[in-house]
Design a protein around this ligand. Structure first.
Ligand code: SF4
Ligand code: SF4
Length: 184
């Protein structure tokens, strides 16, 4: 049996269609993050990008997203190897690291629903939109202990406006792949 393309091709060698199909539709890359300006450490939040549709778990204006959201970063074969915040489950990261896709990836399961059924996606798990955040401190109520996992969250880190580290935290927003949100 012939091996699937993600096991035989490098990211650079993939066709545009193969590249697009690699996105699992988890939506994690569309969450806002906070960056500690002193240490560079990234903190996850459950705040969604202004264009993220939490019900469908898709970008609501994928075609125009880069114009409408300047800090939405289109993923490329080059930058998926260097972006530190890319989710551990992201298919682009997995392939770049020479690893296989998980069972719930639609290319493996044959269904776009399995990423949701497995509890990997952010469908129904976004607590607020960035449009609701008036101040950087507003993000603190939505901080996660780590990258969202399969619906089992560790306690949130205790960071508040009065903490010594918090003044250095600033929103460092999410990013979308070239593929995310496209009808595949
Ligand atoms: S690009 Fe985003 S939505 Fe697509 S697999 Fe990676 S993290 Fe998930
Ligand atoms: S793809 Fe970009 S613009 Fe669209 S929801 Fe995700 S981060 Fe926002």
């Amino acid at each position: 049996m012939e091996k699937p393309f993600w096991k035989t091709k490098t990211l650079e060698a993939m066709s545009p269609q193969e590249w697009e199909s690699l996105c699992d539709g988890c939506g994690k890359c569309c969450l806002s993050k906070l960056e500690d300006e002193d240490t560079g450490e990234i903190y996850w939040t459950s705040v969604g990008c202004r264009l993220f549709d939490a019900a469908t778990c898709r970008c609501s204006d994928y075609i125009n997203r880069l114009a409408r959201v300047p800090d939405c970063v289109g993923l490329t074969p080059s930058n998926v190897r260097t972006i530190s915040w890319l989710p551990k489950t992201c298919a682009y990261r997995l392939v770049a690291e020479g690893r296989d896709l998980y069972w719930w990836h639609r290319l493996v399961s044959g269904s776009a629903e399995t990423v949701h059924e497995a509890g990997i996606s952010m469908r129904g798990r976004v607590s607020a939109s960035e449009t609701d955040m008036a101040d950087p401190e507003d993000y603190f109520d939505h901080m996660l202990a780590d990258e969202p996992s399969a619906r089992i969250e560790a306690p949130r880190p205790r960071l508040h406006a009065g903490d010594s580290r918090s003044p250095g935290l600033r929103p460092w927003n999410r990013h979308g792949s070239e593929a995310f949100g496209q009808a595949l």
